[in-house]
Design a protein around this ligand. Structure first.
Ligand SMILES: Nc1nc2c(c(=O)[nH]1)N[C@H]1C(S)=C(S)[C@@H](COP(=O)(O)OP(=O)(O)OC[C@H]3O[C@@H](n4cnc5c(=O)[nH]c(N)nc54)[C@H](O)[C@@H]3O)O[C@H]1N2
Ligand SMILES: Nc1nc2c(c(=O)[nH]1)N[C@H]1C(S)=C(S)[C@@H](COP(=O)(O)OP(=O)(O)OC[C@H]3O[C@@H](n4cnc5c(=O)[nH]c(N)nc54)[C@H](O)[C@@H]3O)O[C@H]1N2
Ligand code: SF4
Ligand SMILES: [Mo]
Length: 731
């Protein structure tokens, strides 16, 4: 007997409402199928291949069923999860006693969006031991989104409604695949098609004909790494042709003249030469964007990785601002909160605030805590650098440094040097293989779920969230496998705190840094009366605009009232957005002063490596699942056929991809969607450094092409992770 139950896929931030087919497996609910949910009012039956592979992800042979402890010979043996919590807690206590709280660091990876209690409880544990060394994957992703919002300020009316827009700009993102910022995450290809039928003009800036570029009215197939020039060029044209929103700028913006002067040199001919695109196309893009009534610009990882990540996002913000590309007074709010607390969107600016230079100081590269969080790309150095404050213990919560951190060789040295490496995971990830303890966790369908994280992504600018007051809650739909001993992440920290006699205060924030839409929700966790995960969900949702109990009445999800409109500016409010930030405009001047022809011409390393995401994998998750990898568990290097011919390699042959620093070996696949000279490889593959020869099984790690201490962002420490000059030779 099987049952079909509605639930939420939480593998990515889209949080699709899906149907799970559950069978009775000797008294245990086992998921055997996942399909779209036609009764979900927002997703209307949509899923992607990853969501449909949730049964395999939950039941595959490599699934971790017990926590593991590393043995003297380096192998791992199962350990009772409660015992593991006690042993790890004792080790943390002794490390803190000996080296101080700063020697314990946490790293939170991407899956935490699907496990909303994990990072918050980890953070509560950190506060309890007195360490501020709390890192996330955000600073190796798009930290510029938050840094630029801090420097520019934020329009409190919100972004415009995609469903009504007539122009939309994507710079270095491919949301049809990533469901990330740029397009609504609910069946983005379909949403785009509907919008285009209505007349929306899509403009895409991407060195390859990406899934989005293929559908674009205007595709600027630029050189990688020239997004700043393109954005500055568009702003220049819009100002020079008087296409900007004078009234919005007069009422709401500081620094307009400084911006105008800083972009003055970015003329169409200059940008065209620099970015390798026709000047006429740039002019057309600027005109289409600025002349549209409702429009918005978004950007993503491709452009973020190619250096000056904060400047890129700052220019995107300036472009939106000079065009007044926001929801204005009296218009319908496009992202009214549902499971987030109520707030009042207003037609006014949230003024700029401090973006870095506070909190914990790192000992390397002068880095500090930032509005985007701690600089993760410097954490390996903090582990390797001896001296006071050296990091001795690292706890990873649903993250995989060995797959994801820049400079994999250095990362491995750091992981191997730690006195204590603990990772909370669902499989023996590459990082887990080096860990002293691996804490086996439940997967999403074995825990309750809710759509709040999918909404909260709007705070960070890295996703569009839901275009209405949509909400869904899912109870547990699958039981853990027979004979397993799996914990919820929060529970592991709770157990450790209990053993160490520490009180944990669980807290959730509704914003980022100084920008908060509502006060934190705080729940001191009782030591005498152990909570269950639902108690934490109740706490997170204590002030939700739509009460949790109301959301639970609609198992297939529900679109609640959506008639919230943007309110007028507060009387006497003089807050303004800032287009003239001195640090950002100085960076733009620095970009302008570069000898770009010399930068493009790197004969010893003639190709440029750029990143891209794969529809079937979520970073390092899913690459070992046959249904997702099609029995090809490695990541090919995609090259333009002309480039393959030029270096004399054919489809399926091996090449070595080298930087002056390191290199990887990969199999070539031809891809004529790439701009010639540009090669692309999916990230988060590969094994340990010494396993390069197992490429056909594990793939290659693109982090090996990245170094952390040469070209890096002075604020977030994020290194150049794209537009990397590489040499490619037959291998
Ligand atoms: N070269 C290069 N480097 C990159 C990128 C790139 O494009 N190129 N991308 C960057 C970006 S944008 C990001 S966000 C980071 C990603 O960095 P990470 O988030 O560190 O990497 P993931 O591969 O997502 O790691 C997720 C880990 O969590 C585990 N996991 C999955 N589900 C669960 C769960 O329910 N609970 C727990 N506890 N664990 C779970 C997975 O098995 C996996 O080991 O990588 C960055 N690094
Ligand atoms: N299926 C799937 N979805 C995911 C993920 C995944 O691994 N798989 N990862 C999730 C995560 S952690 C994140 S952060 C988001 C990321 O989401 P996105 O930012 O949308 O990432 P991509 O889909 O890789 O799109 C990046 C695009 O940038 C282009 N590009 C590369 N270099 C440059 C450049 O220098 N300039 C410009 N203009 N373009 C460039 C690439 O060709 C590519 O089309 O996706 C999330 N969603
Ligand atoms: S788009 Fe994201 S949330 Fe939706 S089914 Fe795919 S992985 Fe799951
Ligand atoms: Mo990411």
């Amino acid at each position: 007997m099987t049952k079909i139950v509605p639930t939420i896929c939480r593998l990515c931030i889209a949080h699709c409402g899906v149907l799970a087919e559950v069978e009775d497996d000797n008294g245990r609910r086992k998921v055997i199928g996942v399909t779209g949910d036609p009764d979900n009012p927002l997703f209307k039956g949509y899923t992607c291949p990853k969501g449909r592979a949730l049964p395999e992800l939950h039941n595959h042979a490599g699934r971790l069923l017990h926590s593991m402890k590393r043995q003297a010979d380096g192998s791992h043996a199962p350990i009772d999860s409660a015992q593991a919590a006690v042993e790890v807690a004792d080790k943390i206590r002794s490390i803190v006693d000996q080296h101080g709280p700063r020697s314990v660091a946490f790293y939170v990876g991407t899956p935490n969006a699907g496990q909303p209690t994990a990072a918050s409880t980890g953070n509560a544990f950190m506060r309890a031991i007195g360490s501020r060394m709390f890192f996330t994957s955000n600073t190796i992703d798009q930290p510029g989104k938050q840094i630029s919002m801090a420097l520019h300020g934020k329009w409190l009316g919100g972004e415009p409604d995609f469903e009504q827009a007539d122009a939309w700009l994507l710079v270095g993102n491919n949301p049809i695949i990533s469901k990330s910022a740029g397009l609504p995450g609910q069946n983005p290809a379909q949403k785009l098609k509907e919008a285009q039928a209505r007349g929306l003009q899509l403009i895409v800036v991407d060195p390859r004909v990406s899934d989005c570029a293929r559908k674009a009215a205007i595709h600027l197939q630029c050189r990688p790494g020239e997004d700043h020039a393109i954005l500055a060029g568009m702003i220049h044209i819009i100002i020079a042709e008087d296409l900007y929103d004078r009234e919005f700028v007069a009422d709401n913006v500081n620094g307009f003249n400084e911006l105008r002067d800083a972009v003055a040199g970015f003329t169409p001919d200059y940008v065209a030469d620099r970015a390798g695109i026709p000047a006429t196309q740039l002019i057309e893009a600027a005109r289409v964007f600025a002349s549209a009534k409702i429009r918005h610009a978004n950007s993503g990882t491709g452009a973020s990785f190619a250096m000056y990540c904060n400047l890129k996002d700052y220019l995107v913000a300036c472009l939106n601002t000079v065009c007044g590309a926001y929801t204005r007074v009296g218009e319908r709010v496009t992202r009214p909160n549902a499971m987030l607390p109520a707030y009042t969107p207003k037609a006014q600016a949230f003024p700029p605030f401090k973006a870095w230079g506070f909190g914990e100081k790192l000992r390397v590269r002068g880095l500090t805590d930032t509005a985007a969080g701690m600089p993760t790309a410097a954490l390996a150095d903090e582990i390797l650098l001896p001296g006071e404050g050296q990091v001795k213990a690292l706890i990873c919560i649903g993250g995989n440094p060995m797959a994801a951190w820049p400079d994999q060789r250095k990362t491995q040295r750091a992981m191997e040097q730690l006195d204590l490496l603990v990772t909370l995971d669902v499989e023996m990830s590459t990082t887990a293989r080096l860990a002293h303890y691996v804490i086996a966790c439940k997967q999403t369908l074995e825990t309750p779920g809710m759509s709040q994280s999918g909404e909260a992504i709007k705070y960070f600018g890295s996703g569009i969230g839901f275009p209405s007051a949509y909400a869904q809650y899912s109870p547990v739909v699958a039981d853990v496998p027979h004979g397993s001993d799996l914990v919820e992440e929060w529970e592991f920290f709770y157990r450790m705190a209990d053993h160490l006699d520490l009180d944990l205060v669980f807290a959730t924030s509704f914003g980022f840094s100084r920008y908060q839409e509502a006060p934190h929700e705080i729940l001191p966790l009782s030591r005498t009366d152990k909570p269950v995960i639902e108690d934490l969900y109740e706490a997170i949702c204590a002030h939700s605009r739509i009460p949790l109990a109301e959301v639970k009445r609609y198992p297939h999800g529900h679109v609640f009232d959506s008639d919230v409109t943007v309110q007028p500016r507060d009387p006497g409010c003089e807050d303004r957005l800032d287009c003239g930030n001195a640090v950002m405009l100085a960076q733009l001047t620095e970009v302008f002063a570069q000898d770009y022809r010399a930068q493009h011409d790197t004969p010893a390393y003639p190709f440029r490596y750029i990143p891209r995401r794969h529809n079937n994998f979520m970073n390092s998750s899913g690459r070992s699942i046959a249904k997702l990898n099609g029995n090809k568990p490695f990541n090919p290097v995609w090259m333009h056929p002309d480039d393959m011919q030029a270096i004399g390699v054919s489809e399926g042959e091996r090449v070595r991809i080298a930087t002056p620093h390191d290199g990887i070996v990969a199999i070539v696949e031809s891809d004529d969607t790439l701009r010639p000279g540009v090669v692309s490889i999916a990230h988060a593959f590969g094994g340990l450094v010494e396993e390069d020869e197992r490429y056909e099984e594990l793939g290659a790690n693109t982090g090996r092409l990245v170094r952390t201490d040469e070209d890096y962002d002075p604020i977030t420490g994020m290194p150049r992770m794209g537009n990397i000059p590489v040499a490619i030779t037959a291998y």
